[in-house]
Design a protein around this ligand. Structure first.
Ligand code: TPP
Length: 297
């Protein structure tokens, strides 16, 4: 798995173009910066509608949400036809493009085991168009389509577990990463680049505007998300082999993560307890999988 990457191997060449058009403290811009640094120059990047967080100096193709999986498959097959196995077809998509609108095509590409790398910058809503809820938005988060009022407590349903859904396609590589753990993120992207077949890396990418916290707190918010088990870091190989990448002796309470963000401002102690219960139970399942070295669901 990706731990074979050591510090001295981390690529230093920047690929992000300046000036960027990201908001202050944009987690997705950082995710792009780190990921494309790790990928190097031999990449064709497919972009679908999302926040214009970071442009990189790679050849860029722009497509549509629903076409992400098919478009990337075509790029990859075209590369194969001209014998360019040194070039990676990379989709850098939002959670809307991965969890929802682009999901069907991506699932089909995963099932065919297309030779593509999908990187999801997960900011847990449709941020480009004004913070509408997505399948990735966590329960109780306030979004522009889940306002707080007499009949609404924010999003009613929990976040969709997309990494495990893709792992259940038995693809060669699925991983989660976080902008607060840059070395782990770079190691995973570098590792994934060399793997043949369908690969997905979902990167926790906090959005100060939508999550409603002060922009300088992006890393703090991400870190505590990981430390509280809300955003566990792991890798799954072939839908089976499993490894946690970060395993604290004890998790921090999810209340510490929640209190940073005004999108959860309305949440009561009872609701926090419910979120805590799910996070603890997910974590126990992942710990057990880590002990077994196999995904245990
Ligand atoms: C089929 C389709 N539906 C809706 C839109 C409008 N749209 C453009 S960007 C966007 C939000 C993208 O959200 P996400 O994928 O999470 O990326 P983010 O903006 O958060 O980076 C939407 C809904 C569109 N372009 N195409």
């Amino acid at each position: 798995m990706s731990e074979r990457m050591i510090r001295s191997q981390i690529p230093l060449e920047e690929r992000s173009l300046s000036p960027g058009s990201a908001c202050q403290g944009c987690g997705a811009a950082l995710a792009a910066r780190l990921a494309f640094k790790a990928l190097g120059p031999n990449v064709i990047r497919l972009m679908i509608p999302c926040c214009p967080d970071t442009m990189t100096n790679n050849p860029l193709v722009v497509g549509v949400f629903e076409g992400g999986g098919a478009h990337l498959s075509g790029i990859s097959r075209g590369l194969k036809a001209i014998n360019r196995s040194d070039v990676t077809a990379v989709g850098f998509f939002g959670d809307g493009g991965t969890y929802d609108i682009g999901m069907q095509g991506l699932s089909a590409a995963a099932e065919r085991n297309e030779n593509i790398l999908v990187i999801t910058k997960d900011n847990e809503a449709y941020m480009n168009t004004g913070n509408q809820r997505s399948g990735s938005t966590p329960q109780y988060a306030m979004t522009s389509t889940n306002p707080i009022g007499p009949k609404s407590r924010g999003k009613a349903r929990p976040k969709k577990n997309i990494p495990l859904i893709f792992a259940a396609h038995y693809v060669p590589y699925v991983a989660t990463a976080s902008v607060a753990f840059p070395e782990d993120l770079i190691a995973k992207v570098s590792y994934a680049k060399e793997v043949e077949g369908f690969r997905l890396i979902v990167i926790q990418s906090p959005c100060p505007v939508g999550w409603r916290y002060s922009p300088e707190k992006t890393i703090e918010v991400s870190r505590i998300g990981v430390q509280s088990g809300v955003w566990p870091l792991y890798e799954v190989i072939d839908g089976d082999k499993f490894k946690l990448s970060y395993k604290p002796k004890e998790l921090k309470p999810v209340s510490e993560y929640i209190r940073y963000q005004a999108r959860f401002r309305h949440v009561t102690d009872v609701e926090v307890a419910e979120v805590q219960k799910r996070a603890t139970s997910n974590w126990e399942q992942l710990l057990r999988s880590d002990e077994l070295g196999r995904l245990f669901i």
